[in-house]
Design a protein around this ligand. Structure first.
Ligand code: G3P
Ligand code: CA
Length: 326
């Protein structure tokens, strides 16, 4: 190819780089909490064995500055037992108030059966003894897996409406970036958050890391979540809001909306803007099928086994599980 050919091809290459990915991204929400205890090493291992493209997880920061994997910013009585094996009787201490050593005294390997959570996820198989893991431990586990290119979709759990609940968005983001850098995992992670201030910081400090802009009806209506940007100033279009928040990006930008209010027209608009669309948290066959028909780029689900069935029935490629590799 001559330099002239390269120049002529440049716009096409740029278009392709910005285009939605061709491969479908099967994401196990909290490691696939429909099947195994959420955000535990056991769940992540099980999802990897089954075969998913991406492990979805949530992170926070302990009192001694360790990045740990937890959806809740305080210990959740629905799936937490103390060192004596007793269920917490109410919401427990904040993650930010405990050291890693204190945090790891709690067992998060089983749902309290009579809780709403326990009833909702009756298929979940307990794994007693599971602790809230460090992100380092998950990185080590993932890197040790045979023959897989598993990706991690890491959600920064901070809440602009509850600033005392966690460490600051800056502190959590910086600790996470340092951890990713230390582990050499920048190419295998996406950082997602409802609090787009964290993503602005990622864009500034680690522009090579992919970002996913989470949204729900509640967060889109409150500019504290969207880094000060108002939906109304962007034609009421969430995709345009994401595009404006993300600015220029080296990696394809992801919009991760709550799947309920999502429309086909919104998916199309997002694609026109060069965004990838990855809705959460989709747990029924009918919803999965509808969203795949609309052309979403992946789905975040509590039931990766069900999503695999739906993809298989449609003749779509499936990620290889580590069980199949062994
Ligand atoms: O990936 C998005 C999804 O995980 C957001 O919901 O509350 O389960 O973290 P949540
Ligand atoms: Ca999450």
């Amino acid at each position: 190819m001559t330099p002239r050919h390269l120049r002529l091809a440049a716009p096409l290459v740029a278009l392709l780089l910005n285009a939605p990915a061709l491969a479908f991204d099967l994401q196990a929400h909290r490691g696939g909490r429909g099947l195994a205890p959420e955000n535990t090493l056991a769940a992540f291992a099980q999802a990897a064995a089954l075969g998913v493209d991406t492990l979805e997880l949530d992170v926070g920061l302990t009192a001694d500055g360790v990045v740990v994997i937890s959806h809740d910013t305080s210990l959740n009585p629905d799936h937490t037992r103390d060192a004596q094996g007793q269920w917490l009787s109410a919401k427990g201490p904040k993650i930010r108030s405990l050291t890693l050593e204190q945090l790891q005294r709690y067992d998060v390997g089983r749902l309290r059966p009579e809780s709403d959570y326990g009833k909702q996820f009756a298929r979940q198989k307990p794994v007693d003894g599971q602790r809230i893991p460090t992100l380092t431990a998950l990185f080590d586990q993932v890197r040790a897996l045979p023959g897989t290119a598993l990706h991690l979709n890491i959600e920064i759990k901070v809440d602009p409406t509850l600033p005392d609940e966690t460490a600051s968005p800056e502190a959590v983001t910086d600790a996470l970036l340092a951890e990713i850098e230390r582990a050499g995992m920048a190419g295998r992670v996406t950082i997602q958050s409802f609090d787009w201030r964290t993503l602005a910081r990622v864009a500034q400090r680690a522009p090579d890391i992919q970002r996913a802009y989470l949204s729900s009806a509640r967060t889109l209506a409150d500019s504290r979540w969207t880094a000060g940007l108002a939906l109304a100033s962007h034609g009421g279009s969430p995709a345009q809001l994401v595009k404006a928040a993300a600015g220029p990006s080296k990696k394809a930008v992801i919009w991760s909306p709550s799947f309920g209010p999502l429309t086909q027209a919104q998916v199309q608009e997002a694609h026109t803007l060069g965004l990838l669309v990855l809705p959460w948290t989709v747990n029924t066959r009918a919803d999965m099928a509808r969203l795949i028909d609309w052309g979403v780029d992946g789905i975040i689900t509590d039931y990766p086994d069900l999503l695999r069935d739906v993809l298989r029935e449609r003749g779509m490629p499936l990620p290889t599980g580590t069980e199949a590799v062994r």
